[in-house]
Ligand binder design. Structure first.
Ligand code: SF4
Ligand code: SF4
Length: 78
């Protein structure tokens, strides 16, 4: 039986204020700061698309409650 969990992180560009806390907090270094600017004129963080372990360190360190969403999904059916 497969029991591996996969995670996806969604960061809303319009909610991110570019503080980089999530980037620094991530133990897997899977968050980066982009080069594009959001409507506030700051670069926003993004998930590189692979390697998240779902630890939620990014979520808890982010000062913007709505910016980061972590989605858990089972490997089965993905
Ligand atoms: S949940 Fe953990 S591993 Fe995943 S992006 Fe956030 S800090 Fe990194
Ligand atoms: S911690 Fe939150 S506000 Fe700061 S860069 Fe990451 S997503 Fe943006």
């Amino acid at each position: 039986m497969k029991n591996n969990k996969l995670y996806t992180v969604i960061i809303k560009p319009e909610e991110c204020k570019g503080c980089e806390r999530c980037v620094n907090a991530c133990p897997k270094s899977v968050l980066k700061m982009g080069e594009q600017l959001n409507f506030m004129g700051v670069p926003y963080a993004y998930y590189i698309g692979d390697g998240c372990i779902g630890c939620a360190a990014c979520f808890y360190t982010c000062p913007e409650p709505g910016a980061i969403t972590i989605i858990e999904k089972s490997e089965e059916g993905s």
